[in-house]
Ligand binder design. Structure first.
Ligand code: NAD
Length: 509
């Protein structure tokens, strides 16, 4: 038997915490506060099970000749849900008005060919919720449905939420969770069942004043509606519980402006960066990685400010147009076109396809990573032609990437301010739910703009060692007496705001 090594290995979490430790050392963070923040308060891992529908899998060509005389079957409308791998999900209601001809489990679909019916399986999924810290308020953070999640990753993302809520100065702590699943392989009714089971198991651990989930990669307002229903099901005063999740549809208590809030906040940061440099945003070239909620909203808003989005990369392809991509047309192509099963930019007619490698080398002023973490490695950072990287995604730049960016003089707007717009408007949604109010989009955006820009200014002041008090903000308590890299400066702001709670309130025993 091999004896496990006792040597401490680097993990995604320990790597992500390097900037925490650097900032903690710089400000002489109280040692007990450091211990409190170094690991999450709670790490929940559990399993959810669900019964899946039957699948129809294309019959291998070698077997087809045996079914030459099989008559075509007719199925009810919306009975078949196409999957990216060529299979179909067979929904039970398809059978109600069906004219079925099945031979040895094989069926012929009009215009599609022969398929084998695979019996629906019961499946188990690994699920998580990490609650990192609640010194400043209830745990708060997104719900991710993705095939590459892990406890380590959720620890990183939950800790990031603690820093981000402090930077946005909203009265929340940090949490994050989700399920190890590729949601594109399941029908809506299956995802609903999986979400209900996930929420059922989470019910004792979350609450509008305890832990408030929101959408993240692979989830959206529809998933939030299911979570709200399951959490409040059967309660007499369920209307008081709308604040259990944020990112809801505006018709059921969501906030105006929430869908675009993260992209909007990112755009406000980029706007401030251009203002500082005294450069026009109109005509500036930008490349965007990820064209989901964050990437598409940021691209749309920045394009409306006159920026030229010259390349977009996502999980399934990359497109390039040196004259600027027509962003409203791309949004329609990706998000409003039912035939685009992967919801990808690949194949967009208004641009040419390029490789992911070439994407990073596109000449531009701004890189907007808005997909997953760990994308801008040292190797990628070496290729970038941009002046600034504005992090829409969580943790898109690795520590090695950071070093190369700094060495090459490429500036950085770190994630914990750049994508804080989402949680800021989530806070507005939560207040509106508590007060039973509904604010206009103009009101939401005016508050968001003030919040993001003033906290952005404080971070820039910390980074440039420039203590000052203006009518909008006071950076004097946070500036430490020497210039800092922007990411460290943002962390200094977060830690000083969190530490104040422990130092002034003390520790509960
Ligand atoms: P989404 O699921 O709506 O979109 C994700 C996008 O990333 C898709 O376009 C997908 O194709 C692309 N992508 C996935 N894997 C990729 C890969 N390997 N290479 C290139 N592209 C890839 O997710 P979202 O809500 O837009 O979130 C994107 C990022 O922003 C995440 O890091 C998330 O944590 C962060 N974030 C989101 C919010 C929010 O409000 N939604 C708030 C703060 C931070």
């Amino acid at each position: 038997m091999r004896v496990p090594s006792t040597e401490k290995r680097k993990t995604v979490f320990t790597e992500a915490m390097e900037v925490f430790h650097a900032a903690a050392d710089l400000i002489g963070l109280d040692p007990r506060v450091r211990l409190e923040l170094e690991e999450p308060d709670y790490e929940h891992i559990f399993y959810v099970t669900a019964s899946l529908n039957d699948r129809l899998a294309p019959l291998p060509a070698a077997e087809a000749s045996r079914y030459d005389r099989l008559i075509e079957s007719k199925l009810g409308p919306d009975g078949l849900v196409p999957l990216p791998d060529g299979k179909f999900i067979l929904r039970p209601d398809a059978l109600r008005s069906a004219d079925l001809h099945v031979e040895n489990g094989v069926i012929r679909l009009p215009g599609k060919g022969l398929y084998r019916i695979e019996e629906g399986q019961s499946k188990r999924f690994k699920a998580y919720r990490v609650q990192h810290n609640q010194a400043r308020g209830p745990y708060k953070g997104g719900t991710r449905y993705h095939k590459d999640v892990s406890l380590d990753l959720f620890k990183v993302l939950a800790a990031e939420m603690t820093w981000k809520t402090a930077i946005a100065n909203v009265p929340f702590g940090g949490g994050k969770g989700g399920i190890k699943i590729d949601p594109r392989e399941y029908s809506l009714d299956e995802l609903e069942a999986i979400t209900l089971r996930y929420t059922y198991k989470l019910k004792q651990l979350i609450g509008p004043d305890l832990d408030i989930p929101a959408p993240d990669v692979g989830t959206n307002g529809t998933v939030m509606a299911w979570m709200f229903r399951q959490y409040s099901d059967g309660e007499r005063e369920r209307h008081t519980m709308r604040g259990i999740v944020t990112g809801k549809d505006v018709r059921i208590g969501g906030s105006e402006g929430r869908v675009k809030a993260t992209g909007q906040g990112l755009a406000y940061c980029v706007e401030e960066w251009f203002k500082d440099k005294n450069l026009p945003i109109a005509g500036a070239r930008m490349i965007v990685q990820g064209f989901g909620n964050v990437g598409s909203a940021a691209a749309e808003i920045l394009a409306s400010m006159g920026a030229k989005i010259v390349a977009v990369n996502d999980a399934d392809g990359t497109i390039y147009n040196p004259d600027g991509i027509d962003i409203p047309a791309l949004i329609a192509y990706v998000h409003e076109n039912k035939d685009n099963l992967r919801r990808s930019v690949a194949g967009f007619p208004g641009a040419q396809a390029i490789s992911k490698n070439d994407f990073w080398e596109v000449d531009c002023e701004v890189v907007l990573p808005c997909a997953l973490g760990g994308e801008i490695t040292a190797e990628v950072a070496q290729k970038l032609k941009a002046k600034v990287v504005a992090e829409g995604a969580n943790g898109p730049t690795t520590p090695g990437g950071d070093e190369v960016l700094a060495a090459r003089g490429i500036e950085l707007i770190p994630d914990i301010i750049a994508n804080a717009g989402g949680v800021t408007v989530s806070y507005y949604e939560w207040i509106q739910n508590k007060r039973m109010e509904h604010w206009t989009e103009a009101e939401v955006n005016a508050r968001l703009e003030f919040a993001i820009k003033s906290n952005y200014r404080i971070i820039q002041d910390i980074a440039q060692n420039r203590p000052r008090r203006t009518p909008e903000f006071d950076s004097r308590p946070f500036v430490i007496g020497k210039p800092l890299p922007t990411r460290t400066a943002a962390m200094v702001l977060a830690l000083k705001r969190i530490e104040a709670h422990y130092l002034i309130e003390g520790f509960s025993q």
